[in-house]
Ligand binder design. Sequence first.
Ligand code: HEM
Length: 124
Amino acid sequence: MAWLLPLHVTLVVVSLLLFVWRGARMWRGRPACGRLLHRILPDSVDTLLLGSGVLLAYALHVAPWQDAWLAAKLIAIVLYILLGFIAFRHRGSVWINRTSFIIALMTVVYIVAVAHTMQPWPWA
Ligand code: HEM
């Protein structure tokens, strides 16, 4: 399963690039249009990313009920998904969209730091 970690990290990079691109368009008031770029591509990449993460955890024998860093990472991922949902799909205040996007970016920095250090408090 030596290919799994590089695949997971590649999917992280593609997912983040799509997230930042969608965020930049939302910021300028021109949200990504078309089902393929707006929904199908990001949702497919994110599904593969989560799937590769689950496989990786299985292959490396780590589990959220044993490894605090993985539990922290999963909680942060749920937060990241919710914030992304508000940033891109909530129709109402631009301020709410932009704030959610910024907090989502901060959350993803935390997720990557937790994954890298395998510590729930990576900067402690
Ligand atoms: C937004 C989603 C995710 C992001 C941004 C992310 C990010 C990362 C990154 C950057 C690494 C490489 C760390 C390094 O070696 O420097 C990694 C590794 C890993 N991720 Fe994820 N991941 C995500 C989802 C998941 C999920 C859903 C799971 C499990 C259910 C998971 C489990 C793992 C495991 C087990 C490793 C290997 C740690 C190691 O032993 O090196 N990831 N992740």
